[in-house]
Structure formats: structure tokens, C-alpha cells
Design a protein around this ligand. Structure first.
Ligand code: DSN
Length: 443
């Protein structure tokens, strides 16, 4: 980055600091990952300069020979890897992709049915905070008391509400999504089944998690989570989707451009193509399996240390922990964990008794640390540091009034964390782990 260094030292320094932060901490936010240097080079290339509104061979600008080939390559790689009949690789990210998918198959006011955000769904699955509930009627389902999706209850709700689309997708659900059951429910009411596989796309193509391709009509996914590509998204249309509506592929393309987007980010699309090539290698299969092995090992170690895991464990890359038995709120533990070098996020848990800005849980995952080469035995170190920290910070909840979130409360929490004696020793252990597994970014 010699040009950046010379021209804009401020931004250069901040990027360098961020690189160091990523090197010296554990990336355990389950939706993050470490894209390869090859992906980063494609994204940072001069493709950035090109306008390419439209689709390959149907653009509104000249000079498209190279970008047409790039987009075609990305599309073909996506079709082959996910085994779908159509792929649109232009969505800017996951939220636009979901809106574009709805817009392709729904009219304003039609009903969508998705998992509630507070039970592990996504904003765009019809949350009241999202415009998806403004333009469409939204029905939200929740989890059963055991932390699993209750498919019988879903069937009951679907029969009563008759949604036009059922969304099967999650951001904080650790278990396998039973695609066949979702499909049977959608079929029973004549709905589309939209599978949002953003979190698990890499696990699916790596053969470590079941694929929805034989059950869904339309699939959306981001490309930067377990798939380990650049920040972007795709909309995939399956054979079943075309059987339901022969024009579905055309409708998806039209919805993305010109209805909701302008010029595609060709640099990102090139990065997606690179990531898809990486994900087709045998080594990616090993990687995907190891993500889940690590998550399971971490779940086992945390359970031994009396952490209360939603649904009792995980089948995927993520864990959701209810901290109420530990007498600590999600914010305090997440902030404390960051201070020792474990970067995760606070999260609501099903049936949370706390307000969303002070949720009772944290969510963490293994894609990022598995990219560095960590394995099952390293999860023991992570679990023991988490447990020691959580014990040391317990009871801080008592000193905090949970009625509102403000700067003063954050500062108060920081003061408590800064005073916690055990933190330097735990930070050292995590730093050692980081040094043992340097960031390589070549897969
Ligand atoms: N923000 C993503 C996540 O963290 O799960 C979902 O969009």
C-alpha cells in the first residue's frame, strides 16, 4: 500500500492498525471470516473503476469485454458449486439481496413468514424494524422452548396465515435447518420457499451441512461469511423454482437491475469468482468440516464450565449462550472478551427477559479462527479464558441499571472491566494462541 501510505497517512495507519487487530485477536463473530489475499486483490483492483449497468452482453456502457467475462465466470462457478440453474451475483449485500428476492416474487402487501429477529432470524425476514415489514405483511415465527424450530407450529401458522413466501434462514440458530420440513410446509400452502443460507453457505458447499437446493425455490446468500469471499451477495434460482415459475430467473434479474440496483460492483464480483474457485477445492471441504468440529468442541468445553447453550449445543459454526445463570449480561461479557482478545457479539436469546440493548446472551462462532488453522484442542484454551473472565466479571450486572443504554453505562462497564485483575493474564494466553496461528490468507 505504498501509494496510500504516501498520500493519506491517516487512512493508511488506520488500515494497518485494523490488520494488526485482526492478527492479534480471535475473530469469533460467526458472520465474519478472513478472505484470502487473492480475494482482497481482486476487490482492490482497477475493476473498481468500471461502470457495467446491465448484465453480460446486455450493458448500457461500452468497454465491457473483460467485465463480461468476469461476471459470466462468477455466475457459472456459482451455478456449478451450488447446483442451481440460475445465479445473480450482483446484489450489493445480504439485505438488498433479500429485498430483491421478495420483489421478484411478491407484490406489495403480500405476506412473508420468517423467524423473528429476537429468536435468531434476520431483520430482512420481516422484522418490524426493517422495511420488509413496511412493504410486505409480515408473520413471524419463534422457536420452541427447547431452542429448536417447532415445525408442527410452523405448519399451523402457515395454514392459518397462508403466506406467499416462507423464509428459512437464521443468523443465530445453531442447529440444522430441516429443509424438507420447510418445503412440505410451503407446499401445503402453495408458498415459495426462500432459503437464506448467508451464514452456512460455506458449510453447504463444503459438504458439512445439508443443502436446501432440492427443496427451495430461491436461495439468497452473502458471500463473506463461511463462504470466505468478499462482502457481497447472490440470489440463486433452483430447478424447483423454475418449475414453480418459468420466469423466475428473469424476474430475479429484473428485480436486481434495473428495479433496485444500479451499476454492479464488478470488483466484488471478481472477488466472488475467486472465492467460489477456492471453495471448490478439496481443502475447503476439510475447512468446512473443521469449522463444525471446532464449534462442537467449544460447545462441549463451555458446557463443562456451566455455560448454558441455547438448544444445548450446535450442529453448525455458531453457538448462542444464555448468560442468565452466570449473572452477567451479554454486553459486559462481550466487552470483557474484547479486552482479552476474543471478539464476539452480544445477542438476544430466545425468550430473553432483558431489553434488546442489554441482551442476556452472546453469539460466537468458529469460521474465522478455523481459517487460521485452529483445531479442537485450541477450543479448551478459549473456553477456559471465557469461563475465568465470566466468573471475574459476574455480579457487574447488579451494579448496572438495565432500564436504558447510554454512554455513562458503557463507561461504567469499561471501568469495571479495566479494574478486573485477571484480564492481563487472559489476554496473554489469547495473544499466544494468535501467535501460534498467524494469519496467512492463502488457502
Ligand atoms: N449481520 C449479520 C450477522 O452478523 O449475522 C447478518 O446480516
Amino acid at each position: 500500500m505504498k501509494h496510500l501510505k504516501k498520500q493519506d497517512i491517516k487512512i493508511y495507519s488506520l488500515i494497518k492498525q485494523e490488520e494488526n487487530r485482526q492478527k492479534n485477536t480471535l475473530m469469533m463473530i460467526p458472520s465474519e471470516n478472513m478472505a484470502s489475499s487473492a480475494v482482497e486483490e481482486a476487490v482492490g483492483s482497477s475493476l473498481e473503476n468500471k461502470y457495467a449497468e446491465g448484465y453480460p452482453h446486455k450493458r448500457y456502457y461500452q468497454g465491457q469485454a473483460n467485465v463480461d467475462e468476469i461476471e459470466i465466470e462468477a455466475i457459472e462457478r456459482a451455478k456449478s458449486l451450488f447446483k442451481v440453474v440460475h445465479a445473480n451475483v450482483q446484489p450489493y449485500s445480504g439485505s438488498p439481496a433479500n429485498f430483491e428476492a421478495y420483489n421478484a416474487i411478491l407484490n406489495p402487501g403480500d405476506k412473508i413468514m420468517g423467524l423473528s429477529l429476537s429468536f435468531g432470524g434476520h431483520l430482512t425476514h420481516g422484522s418490524t424494524a426493517s422495511a420488509t415489514s413496511k412493504y410486505f405483511k409480515s408473520i413471524q415465527y419463534e422457536l420452541g422452548a427447547d431452542g429448536y424450530i417447532d415445525y408442527k407450529d410452523l405448519m399451523r401458522i402457515a395454514k392459518k396465515e397462508k403466506p406467499r413466501v416462507i423464509v428459512a434462514g437464521t443468523t443465530a440458530y445453531p442447529r440444522i435447518l430441516e429443509w424438507k420440513k420447510f418445503y412440505e410446509i410451503a407446499e401445503a400452502v402453495g408458498a415459495y420457499l426462500l432459503c437464506d443460507i448467508s451464514h452456512i453457505a460455506g458449510l453447504i458447499v463444503g459438504g458439512a451441512y445439508p443443502s436446501p437446493v432440492n427443496y427451495s425455490h430461491i436461495i439468497t446468500t452473502t458471500t463473506h461469511k463461511t463462504l470466505r469471499g468478499p462482502r457481497g451477495a447472490m440470489i440463486l434460482v433452483t430447478k424447483k423454482g423454475i418449475q414453480k415459475d418459468p420466469d423466475l430467473a428473469k424476474k430475479v434479474d429484473k428485480s436486481v437491475f434495473p428495479q433496485l440496483q444500479g451499476g454492479p460492483h464488478i470488483n466484488t464480483i471478481a472477488g466472488i469468482a475467486v472465492a467460489l474457485k477456492e471453495a471448490s477445492k478439496p481443502s475447503f471441504k476439510k475447512y468446512a468440516k473443521q469449522i463444525i468440529k471446532n464449534a462442537k468442541a467449544l460447545a462441549k468445553e463451555l458446557t463443562k464450565r456451566k455455560f448454558d447453550l441455547i438448544s444445548g449445543g450446535t450442529d453448525s459454526h455458531l453457538l448462542l449462550i444464555d448468560l442468565r445463570n452466570k449473572n452477567i449480561i451479554g454486553n459486559t461479557l462481550a466487552e470483557g472478551l474484547e479486552s482479552i482478545g476474543i471478539v464476539t457479539n452480544y445477542n438476544s436469546v430466545p425468550f430473553d427477559t432483558n431489553p434488546p440493548f442489554y441482551p442476556s446472551g452472546i453469539r460466537l462462532g468458529t469460521p474465522g479462527i478455523t481459517s487460521r488453522g485452529m483445531t479442537d484442542k485450541d477450543m479448551i484454551v478459549i473456553a477456559s479464558c471465557m469461563s475465568d473472565l465470566s466468573d471475574a466479571l459476574a455480579n457487574t450486572k447488579i451494579s448496572l441499571n438495565l432500564s436504558s443504554e447510554d454512554e455513562k453505562k458503557r463507561a461504567e462497564r469499561k471501568k469495571i472491566i479495566d479494574k478486573t485483575k485477571i484480564i492481563p493474564a487472559l489476554k496473554k494466553k489469547i495473544l499466544l494462541l494468535c501467535k501460534k496461528y498467524p494469519v496467512k490468507k492463502s488457502y
